[in-house]
Design a protein around this ligand. Structure first.
Ligand SMILES: Cc1cc2nc3c(=O)[nH]c(=O)nc-3n(C[C@H](O)[C@H](O)[C@H](O)COP(=O)(O)OP(=O)(O)OC[C@H]3O[C@@H](n4cnc5c(N)ncnc54)[C@H](O)[C@@H]3O)c2cc1C
Length: 257
């Protein structure tokens, strides 16, 4: 089984987010593997362990993503690939990322490609389906269970708290939802082994891509934090008076009735 996991290095959203110069301030922030991609890595390792084959983790980004790729190798992935866009591209969007990943994957004969359901920073949930579309293979999103039986794949996916069961075939791209598994922590021997596992670094040139082939289709106009929540108001007095005042406030201030 030839398994790929699309892995994004993300800003840890436990961090306090501040904005400066129109973009999120990354100084001193912690970066992690996008949590949904961790489910993908774990599931890929489990499928490889029961069916044989190889797990490759792939990231588009800067050299800094090496740390997260090494963590995936320490979890048990076999190989890592960093497609470094630092010198070639200043901006990009979901199209850019998906196009680069699809170009890398197009001749890899992947059986299963795992992506996260969504990246916890950018949060568009577009990259997985876009890659599948560019590769012209089927995809199933927000999966919570996957069983591979030769060419047949049985999947359970989360649909707003309910479940849908789907049967499909390989090759396939799936996006991982919370509940798919419990990702393992890298063990000490795993961390030692990861240092010797292959981490290939590629640039756009190696994929025969020019800057204009992956030019962003969208432009971010503005990034801003949500308005600060105002303190709540506690009504006092007799219950009947409170109800009257509440109705008055909902009408005159909140303007919802
Ligand atoms: C060269 C370049 C420059 C960029 N510049 C900016 C910028 O200036 N400002 C800005 O806000 N954003 C920038 N981006 C990021 C971009 O706008 C999106 O955030 C990104 O393409 C993915 O979209 P998303 O975060 O919504 O991911 P989603 O579509 O929500 O991610 C879903 C899944 O797709 C996969 N995936 C997503 N991104 C990657 C990745 N990089 N590598 C591997 N797998 C991935 C993961 O499996 C992830 O779980 C840039 C991207 C590139 C490639």
């Amino acid at each position: 089984m030839n398994i790929y996991v699309l892995l994004k290095r993300t800003f840890d959203t436990e961090e306090k987010i501040t904005i400066s110069g129109g973009s999120i301030n990354e100084d001193g922030a912690e970066f992690i593997i996008n949590p949904y991609d961790e489910y993908g890595v774990e599931e890929a390792i489990q499928i490889r362990d029961s069916h044989g084959g190889e797990v490759t983790v792939v990231s588009v980004g800067s050299e800094e993503a090496e740390k997260q790729l090494r963590t995936a190798l320490a979890m048990g992935a076999d190989k890592a690939v960093l497609i470094n866009t630092e010198d070639d591209l200043e901006t990009g969007d979901e199209y850019t990322t998906a196009k680069i990943l699809a170009e890398y994957l197009k001749d890899k004969e992947a059986d299963i490609i795992f992506a996260g359901n969504v990246a916890i920073d950018g949060g568009s949930g577009q990259v997985g389906p876009r890659v599948a579309d560019l590769l012209d293979i089927p995809y199933v999103t927000t999966i919570t269970n996957i069983q591979v039986d030769d060419e047949t794949v049985n999947i359970v996916r989360d649909v707003e708290g309910n479940s849908e069961t789907i049967q499909t075939t390989l090759p396939l791209l799936v996006t991982a939802q919370q509940g798919l598994n419990e990702p393992r922590y890298p063990s000490l021997p795993g961390i030692m082994k990861a240092k010797k596992k292959p981490l290939e670094e590629l640039e756009l040139d190696d994929l025969d891509l020019e800057e204009e082939d992956v030019e962003a289709k969208t432009k971010t106009i503005e990034i801003y934090l949500p308005p600060k929540k105002e303190a709540g108001r506690v009504l006092e007095g007799e219950l009947q008076d409170q109800v009257k005042e509440l109705i008055h406030l909902l009408h005159s201030e909140a303007k919802v009735i």
